[in-house]
Design a protein around this ligand. Structure first.
Ligand SMILES: NC(=O)C1=CN([C@@H]2O[C@H](COP(=O)(O)OP(=O)(O)OC[C@H]3O[C@@H](n4cnc5c(N)ncnc54)[C@H](OP(=O)(O)O)[C@@H]3O)[C@@H](O)[C@H]2O)C=CC1
Ligand SMILES: O=C1OC[C@@H](O)[C@H](O)[C@H]1O
Length: 368
């Protein structure tokens, strides 16, 4: 039997900031170390607002003289040796970068939050369909083996239906001491806790409740929210919101929260089912373990299991493998993190910002 050659996806990197570095370092990890044999990755171009920065990024991280350095993002969009672009710019640039990449015929993996609002996202989805390119938000947590296993256990029905869940993500962004132009503080860059950290509690609400078979992929029935704003620039320093699902006999709530002023990322995620609990360890964007408790008829824990995950790299490569497989198979969206999920996320964020009174400056939202 002829051996199948792995598909090698050729990546162009848009922007040379922190997350582009992290993503590229994971792209360079040998896929065989995570038992992946059907796809592989190659960085062929890096685009930055400055050619020097692009070259420095290549020299420091990619370490391959054949990689092309561009002093503009357009250079990467137009490079025939690039199959897919990875967008690592600040939130409010995602729409324009993704649109330009799609229009140039590239497949697109775009950092979270994929856009500033649901309208921008829907417009990109329509464009990706029209141009027949793959397009996905880089919600890396969804592709990690731990998350897939949580989903498998929940789907097996052994815990019964979920009823209530909590998911929280906090870190101290040192907002008193960073410049007001930092992406965490500047409203022009979509600053604040919700847009930066909110995708993570949301991914767990989607895995725990939206994707649960009993919900039948019904949209949330209600969203309630509260925001605390920092006087420094007016963006949210902490936000809490509840997403309710109610579909026939199924009713469940997700209590979600984020903060950029607390120096602790506990308590993580707790999904409470009728017959047990799943507790996912912090940090919830890349947890390394989770515990399942099984209840007897009296609601007492009769069995507890903890699973621990280890792999080479930092966890961003799993989403890259998904992109490569989807491109290989001619898919425009992922089955694991499809457009419906990003649209749900951005629609909830629009509503949370509406209730919290967080209006982005004029001109920031390119589609409304
Ligand atoms: N998945 C994850 O774990 C993480 C995701 N992120 C997401 O990635 C995105 C970028 O975050 P991060 O890497 O921390 O940000 P950085 O500020 O470190 O990098 C952003 C890069 O975008 C480019 N850029 C283009 N326009 C601007 C502008 N007006 N202001 C600042 N930078 C600009 C710059 O690259 P250049 O000069 O080369 O053009 C810059 O280096 C965010 O949307 C964030 O949500 C962030 C951290 C972790
Ligand atoms: O995606 C992210 O995850 C980790 C956080 O530290 C970071 O601010 C955020 O962008």
């Amino acid at each position: 039997m002829a051996s199948l050659k792995p598909l090698e996806l050729r990546w162009g990197i848009i922007a040379t900031g922190r997350i582009s570095r992290d993503f590229v370092l994971d792209l360079l990890v040998d896929p065989k170390t995570r038992d992946v044999h059907d796809v592989s990755h190659k960085v062929t171009a890096v685009g930055s607002r400055s050619t020097e920065k692009a070259q420095e990024f290549i020299d420091q991280y990619v370490k391959d003289g054949a990689v092309k350095a561009y002093g503009s993002y357009e250079g990467v969009y137009d490079d025939p040796n690039v199959d897919a672009i990875y967008i690592g710019t600040p939130h409010t640039h995602h729409y324009t970068n993704a649109r330009d990449g799609i229009l140039a015929g590239k497949h697109v993996l775009c950092e979270k939050p994929v856009t500033c609002n649901a309208a921008e996202l829907k417009s990109l989805v329509a464009l990706a369909q029209e141009r027949k390119v793959f397009f996905m938000e880089a919600l890396w947590t969804r592709f990690q083996p731990l998350t897939r296993e949580v989903r498998r256990i929940a789907d097996s029905g052994v815990l019964g239906e979920p009823v209530l869940m909590h998911a929280d993500l906090a870190f101290d962004a040192d907002i008193e001491n960073i410049p007001k132009t930092h992406r965490m503080l500047d409203p022009q860059l979509g600053g604040g806790a919700l847009l930066d950290l909110g995708p993570y509690p949301t991914i767990w609400a989607i895995v725990g409740l939206y994707e649960h078979p009993s919900n039948k992929l019904a949209q949330p029935s209600a969203v309630t929210a509260a925001m605390v704003k920092t006087p420094i620039t007016g963006v949210d320093s902490a936000t809490s919101w509840t997403v309710s699902f109610s579909n026939g006999d199924f009713a469940a709530h997700a209590n979600l929260s984020v903060s950029m002023v607390i120096p602790s990322n506990e308590p993580g995620v707790t999904i409470r089912y009728r017959k047990g609990v799943i507790k996912v360890a912090s940090p919830i964007f890349c947890p390394k373990s989770f515990t399942v408790q099984y209840f007897n008829e009296k609601g007492k824990v009769y069995k507890e299991e903890t699973r621990v995950y280890e792999y080479v790299g930092s966890g961003w490569h799993f989403q890259a493998d998904e992109v490569a497989r989807c491109v290989r198979d001619g898919k425009l969206q992922s089955d694991l993190w499809g457009w419906d999920k990003s649209i749900l996320e951005m629609t909830v964020f629009d509503e949370v910002r509406r209730q919290g009174g967080y209006v982005l400056p004029p001109g920031v939202e390119k589609v409304q």
